[in-house]
Design a protein around this ligand. Structure first.
Ligand code: HEC
Ligand code: HEC
Length: 391
């Protein structure tokens, strides 16, 4: 039955003739009892497609001349104001830097109100958000050197102070991208103040001197900060000599490997075999060897949870899935994750009242009410659900 249906289709395609675009079919050979050629003379491949032929060329598309018979409408030139609105980057030479000023003291205030929730106390990071400082940039810059040839278990510390080669990027990044949920909401003075604050967190120097809480950072001195990694990007690909610098760098084998060029059989001796040392012991949810269905019928999608007497749990589940799972579904954001007994035991040790208060008011990277408008009892239902799945 199925086969004859396909034969009918095939017949229809043949009748369609020249306009048929898809001829290939597993039945072609069976039906014609031999090899078949496309219009371009090539043999039909089972399962392949054939495309229309036009002026001796075969392809999925051919130019529709009509489409180009009308004048092309390129729009209008952007107005100076439109260009100004887009042209908001700041260059390392200071181009694009607006007038303004701020101190670390002022910056700290803005930081605590608008940045701390994600970037942590004193820019220490956490909760999955990048750190803005790990301490003295000049000391920590040492961790960046030649990791490959002189590896170090802790690895390089790459934060603004230790790693970024230009301060202009910091100014511009904050102005255009932060705070993450409300980009472009900061005034120029606020950005100068935040930059000053981040400088002090990284213990950076300006013209050889420590930046103090009340040191004014403005358009004239902001880029004069002494960044330890300003020459750290080798080869220097900036400017007209960039390409030559790159070539010279890669021609010097001392810059990588062991200093000699080798293309095959480079490794002499016995390879050291390292067994995998991390044994996966915990599975979430825990693996079960039993073959029966879970006891809680609400784990079965089709069950009637109300009848099962766990209406609250079902509601909590719904809220969890809609509003909390983004962060609580795994531990990458630093949130106690669903199924993580240890994490939830620690949270719940504080008592439900405290935990609920924390969820309502927010805590570090946990936004108030998980960023929802849900009333207290719904938040509680979601917590109860998460906890019930993490015991
Ligand atoms: C809602 C969370 C959130 C808030 C609030 C926030 N940020 Fe961020 N910030 C992020 C995330 C996420 C990134 C990483 C973005 C990326 O890599 O794409 C980031 C990156 C940064 C970086 C770059 C760090 C690096 O080394 O790559 C700086 C600097 C920064 N933020 C400054 C600020 C400042 C200043 C504020 C306050 C005005 C702020 N942020 C507020 C989430 C936030
Ligand atoms: C943007 C990410 C995010 C969302 C969305 C989110 N959380 Fe959280 N939550 C966190 C983080 C991060 C923590 C860990 C905070 C800490 O201890 O530093 C946390 C912690 C918690 C805690 C533990 C508080 C304590 O006392 O330690 C509870 C309870 C909680 N969240 C409930 C919820 C509920 C309910 C929802 C959904 C309505 C939700 N969260 C949505 C990120 C989030």
């Amino acid at each position: 039955m199925f086969k004859s249906y396909r034969n009918i289709l095939f017949g229809a395609a043949l009748i369609a003739g020249a306009s048929a675009t898809l001829l290939a079919n597993a039945d072609i050979n069976a039906n014609t009892g031999g090899s078949k050629k496309y219009t371009n003379g090539k043999l039909v491949i089972d399962g392949g497609a054939t495309y229309p032929e036009h002026n001796g060329k075969v392809g999925p598309y051919y130019i529709n001349k009509k489409a180009h018979s009308l004048a092309i409408n390129n729009g209008r030139p952007a107005t100076p104001n439109e260009i100004k609105a887009w042209d908001i980057d700041v260059m390392p030479d200071g181009t694009g830097l607006p007038k303004g000023h701020g101190t670390a003291e002022e910056g700290e205030e803005v930081y605590e109100a608008k940045c701390l929730s994600c970037h942590g106390d004193f820019g220490s990071g956490g909760g999955g958000y990048p750190a803005l400082s790990k301490g003295n940039a000049y000391e920590l810059h040492k961790t960046l050197k030649f990791q490959r040839t002189t590896p170090d278990a802790d690895g390089p510390v790459r934060v603004f102070g230790t790693y970024w080669p230009r301060a202009s990027t910091l100014w511009w990044y904050i102005k255009t991208g932060m705070p993450h949920p409300a980009p472009l909401s900061l005034s120029d003075d606020q950005v100068y103040a935040l930059v000053a604050y981040i400088y002090t967190l990284n213990e950076l120097k300006l013209n050889g001197e420590e930046i103090e809480e009340d040191t004014e950072i403005n358009q004239d001195n902001v880029l004069k900060v002494d960044l330890p990694n300003k020459d750290g990007f080798v080869p220097n690909i900036d400017g007209p000599k960039g390409l030559e610098n790159t070539r010279a760098y890669f021609n010097d084998y001392k810059n990588y490997g062991n200093g000699t060029r080798c293309m095959h059989d480079c490794f002499k001796g016995e390879p050291k075999i390292l067994p995998i040392q991390i044994e996966q012991k915990t599975f979430l949810p825990p693996l079960s060897e039993k073959r029966d269905l879970p006891k809680n019928p609400c784990w079965i999608a089709s069950c009637d949870c109300e009848a099962a007497g766990s209406n609250a749990n079902a509601e909590g589940k719904k809220i969890y899935e809609a509003s909390c799972a983004v962060c609580h579904g795994n531990d990458s954001m630093g949130a106690p994750d669903l199924g993580n007994k240890e994490a939830w035991a620690k949270v719940m040790k504080q008592g439900m009242d405290t935990v609920l208060k924390n969820a309502i008011n927010g805590k570090n990277a946990m936004p108030p009410r998980g960023g929802t408008d849900l009333p207290d009892d719904k938040i509680k239902a979601a917590i109860e659900y998460m906890y019930s799945k993490s015991k």
